[in-house]
Design a protein around this ligand. Sequence first.
Ligand code: S3P
Length: 174
Amino acid sequence: MRNGKRSVVLIGFMGTGKSSVGRRLAQMTRSPRVDIDQMIATTFGMSITKIFARLGEEQFRKEERIVLEQLDAAEPSIIVTGGGVILRPENVTRLRELGTIVCLTANLPTLLERLGRGSHRPLLRGENRREVVERLLREREPAYREAADLIVDTSGLSHDQVAQSIQDSLALCD
Ligand code: S3P
């Protein structure tokens, strides 16, 4: 699959490596990197955890939508999204306008290991992390698959290997 110098949009569940792979891919392709969560945190002047705690998830989702609309489709970039971006079908439509959608996945043990115990992720703060991860994965899996132009299983791979595999699959060049 070729990408034709459009943006590359990374989607996928928490812990699949979107941020780190996005950073590597941006370096490898000498493209700007846009991180939606970072933009939202900057807008509100607080961390994602604080936004969830003080303003609520709905407010976060509204801002996520606004930020997506504001991105410039003419500027090919590496766009890193938060794991819940696919919850709104209109977000997926927008992401398709912006570029080629690459979904990162990982098997459950890998995800649980990467997500660790203490987390800055507000959705994983409760008691039974494994149960929450399993439930969210079940709920979201179809939407990730439906949205993706390309799916890359990152289990057992380094961020470099994942970025290289995306670059090869999309024949990205700078
Ligand atoms: C979320 C994932 C997080 C962040 C927020 C909500 C989700 O991003 O956007 O905590 O709903 O899965 P990461 O996927 O980068 O952890």
